[in-house]
Design a protein around this ligand. Structure first.
Ligand SMILES: Cc1cc2nc3c(=O)[nH]c(=O)nc-3n(C[C@H](O)[C@H](O)[C@H](O)COP(=O)(O)OP(=O)(O)OC[C@H]3O[C@@H](n4cnc5c(N)ncnc54)[C@H](O)[C@@H]3O)c2cc1C
Length: 429
């Protein structure tokens, strides 16, 4: 009997297992290897961090959805992948073997690359639910004892949307608490300009985000390379086009939250031919690894080169819709391999994003994500906040249901002209 293992039960891995169940014959074993039995909706973490959501609002117990879809859940977590043996050693000492593997392990957070960085040290985080819960306690302390705040994304980061979101959400939460007037805010980012987002901007994200920062009284520093996070102080160099130092900023901060650089997780890192030097999984246009042809990858863990040279390194974001397009392509391609054919589906990697500001927001669509684009659109308004709440509820409903893309979603995306797959070549393979 054929076995397909999906490693990692986050945004990409969970819907990967569901979509495989729809695409491959019922007698194929599908195993989802997770850390724990709960799915957690990462995009809602900024809301958790200011007390607008509780942990239980954004988590789903996966066991019943997996039982319903005939997917075996192994919640003990992976210790190490052994691709030459088609085997994963699990953290409880057991092993799971596979015929096909999809790696969906997301990012490891590289806090150790900057002195004093991370929730164990002098900064807060919204990357994991348990970080967001710690940040909520720090937010309450800030409200009780207001002072300066630094928000942003460090050198090598690829996830800028949540940094902007958290700055505006925090601004709103502090206004609601009537202490915003005692909290000077600075946005510090490695991006060459506000609204670059690792994508060289989308539509007018530069103008929209600069204007939003100005009207919310948030100062900014771009081209920033953080040197250290001390208790109460962020030290960052602002660099010129040629990489030379233009200014060194010592910014007082009572509450700091900056997105870190990402790298691949230790269970799959440093495997020759599978990963790049930062541990991201190498994948071709069909999401298939060039060396290990039975290994596919989806999500933040996939290696994507940066968009172009910038004075301070910035990565390309891997956003939700883009990840869903990787999932759909992978499910098609594995189904074809099981059928004795060659992979032919390619994800569109379109970026469709909603950046929430707590009472408004910015939306953008980049088709494809890498310029030049066919669609390069951004807009702002109160509707974005409502749409983000709708998206959260809908995604959690899909995970609970055990469905990747109910038919009405397919219809809606078709109506909007947003596709997950590039046209599939009709080869005879
Ligand atoms: C704070 C934040 C907000 C974001 N907001 C948005 C947004 O609004 N819109 C958007 O489009 N994108 C957003 N993103 C980007 C992206 O969509 C998310 O990061 C998304 O969760 C990535 O999905 P993933 O499956 O690649 O990784 P994850 O969702 O992080 O899932 C990885 C999973 O692998 C598991 N795992 C890791 N190692 C092991 C192991 N050894 N064994 C077993 N399991 C393992 C982890 O426990 C985790 O469950 C956001 C990202 C962040 C950090």
């Amino acid at each position: 009997m054929t076995t397909i293992v999906v490693l990692g039960a986050g945004l990409g891995g969970t819907i990967m297992a569901y979509e495989l169940r729809d695409q491959v014959p019922a007698d194929v074993n599908i195993i989802l290897v997770s850390k724990g039995t709960k799915y957690s909706f990462v995009p809602s973490n900024p809301w958790v961090a200011v007390g607008w959501r509780d942990r239980e609002d954004i988590e789903v117990e996966l066991q019943s959805a997996c039982d319903r879809r005939n997917i075996r859940l192994l919640p003990q977590g992976a210790e190490r992948l052994h691709p030459e043996e088609n085997r994963i050693a699990l953290l409880d000492g057991t092993s799971v073997s596979y015929d096909y593997l999809v790696i969906a392990t997301g990012p490891e957070l590289a806090f150790d690359e900057i002195e004093g960085f991370g929730p164990e040290n002098n900064t807060h985080s919204v990357c994991h639910i348990y970080h967001a819960l710690m940040t909520r306690d720090a937010f309450r302390t800030l409200v009780a004892n207001p002072g300066p705040v630094v928000i942003g994304a460090v050198q090598g980061a690829s996830c800028f949307g949540p940094a902007y979101e958290f700055a505006f959400i925090l601004d709103k939460a502090l206004r609601d608490a009537k202490v915003r007037d005692r909290v000077p805010m600075t946005f510090v980012t490695s991006e060459p300009y506000i609204g670059h987002l690792g994508l060289d901007g989308v539509g007018d994200t530069k103008g929209l985000l600069e204007s939003a920062l100005r009207s919310h009284h948030i100062k900014w520093v771009t081209n920033a390379r953080v040197k250290a996070f001390a208790d109460g102080m962020v030290t960052a160099e602002e660099v010129n086009e040629d990489g030379s130092v233009k200014a060194t900023h010592a910014i007082p901060s009572r509450f700091t939250m900056m997105l870190p650089a990402f790298r691949g997780v230790s269970a799959v890192r440093d495997i020759d031919g599978l990963t790049n030097p930062r541990g991201f999984i190498l994948a071709d246009k069909h999401q298939q690894n060039p060396k290990y042809s039975n290994i596919f990858s989806v999500g933040v863990g996939v290696a994507i080169p940066p968009m172009g040279k910038t004075p301070v390194p910035v990565g390309v974001p891997k956003t939700g819709f883009m990840i869903e397009s990787m999932v759909t392509a992978t499910a098609h391609n594995i189904a074809r391999l099981l059928d004795g054919k060659t992979p032919n589906a390619q994800g569109t990697w379109n970026a469709v994003c909603l950046a929430d500001f707590g009472d408004g927001g910015i939306a953008f669509v980049a088709q494809p994500q890498i310029p030049p684009r066919n669609v390069n659109w951004s807009s702002s308004g109160k509707w974005v906040h409502a749409a983000k709440i709708g998206f959260e509820k809908y995604f959690l409903y899909k995970v609970r249901l055990g469905k990747s893309e109910p038919f009405y979603e397919k219809l809606a995306l078709q109506a909007l002209g947003i596709d997950k797959l590039k046209s599939i070549s009709l080869d005879a393979g």
